[in-house]
Design a protein around this ligand. Structure first.
Ligand SMILES: C[S@@+](CC[C@H](N)C(=O)[O-])C[C@H]1O[C@@H](n2cnc3c(N)ncnc32)[C@H](O)[C@@H]1O
Length: 248
């Protein structure tokens, strides 16, 4: 099956309720890790000027909901019609407005600079050529770009060797991890003057959830947050989670 068709088939098969609600039912430390990813990426920008954003590979709307609750009007672009239906239900249920567009991240169906921001969370690594989507995001965004994707990292090679991470995902795609320097150079070559990147160690595969559940109540949760921050201050720069943010 062609890779896009495989993505569409996989995302049609997911549990609807789980997708609409995530991450509400995730363990509290995992919810923290997800929010922390977005906070760290937006903090790279210092301040956000965009009032609207395109969520590329936006799936069932988790990233769009994050933005909507920060006062940024989201549009979701995704290949999967089922994901877009779930995003519509999410928006109705959780009270935010969203525009839904079915399309391919490698060929965004929008004019240059048509959104204040273009943002992606865990999407570009599904593509055969993530660089094309980076170029497209850089083209359609007017003020700000935000990417949160798996990093090309030694620690990930180790995790793959230990079978804690995989090079092929359940959706059938090879995981095309990004290198900060390549993304930064690419975005700069497209006229973005300010580009920042950061890496962190973040791990929350579903098999870890029972362990994370134990850290839900206080004071265990506060200890977890502190340990996470200290760990990332020390070794986060070699971590598996890449954030790139840019301003024109
Ligand atoms: C891991 S999900 C992430 C969804 C969302 N960003 C989130 O974090 O909840 C990846 C999404 O990318 C979408 N996708 C895969 N290839 C795509 C492509 N070429 N163009 C647009 N969307 C794509 C899939 O349909 C899926 O919804």
């Amino acid at each position: 099956m062609q890779s896009r068709a495989r993505q569409i088939a996989f995302y049609a098969s997911l549990d609807t309720e789980d997708e609409i609600q995530r991450p509400r039912h995730y363990p509290r430390p995992v919810r923290f890790l997800l929010e922390e990813k977005l906070r760290r990426a937006l903090d790279l920008l210092g301040r956000v000027t965009a009032t609207d954003a395109l969520c590329v590979c936006g799936g069932s709307g988790m990233d769009a909901e994050w933005l909507a609750h920060r006062g940024i009007r989201p549009t979701i672009l995704d290949l999967s019609p089922e994901a877009l239906t779930r995003a519509r239900i999410r928006a109705r249920r959780h009270d935010f407005e969203v525009t839904l567009v079915r399309g391919d991240a490698a060929r965004l169906p929008f004019a240059d600079q048509s959104f204040g921001m273009a943002l992606v969370h865990d999407g570009l690594h599904h593509l055969d050529d993530p660089n094309r989507a980076v170029d497209e995001m850089a083209r359609v965004a007017r003020h700000e770009l935000v990417l949160m994707e798996p990093a090309r990292a030694v620690v990930t090679r180790l995790a793959v060797a230990l079978r804690l991470a995989a090079d092929v995902e359940p959706a059938g795609n090879a995981v095309r991890r990004l290198a900060a320097a390549e993304v930064r150079a690419r975005v700069q070559a497209r006229g973005w003057r300010h580009v920042w990147s950061a890496r962190d160690l973040v791990y929350y595969q579903p098999w870890t959830f029972p362990f994370y559940r134990r850290a839900e109540p206080d004071p265990a949760f506060s200890v977890f947050v502190l340990a996470y921050r200290v760990l990332n201050l020390a070794v986060g720069r070699w971590g598996n989670s890449l954030k790139v943010a840019a301003r024109r």
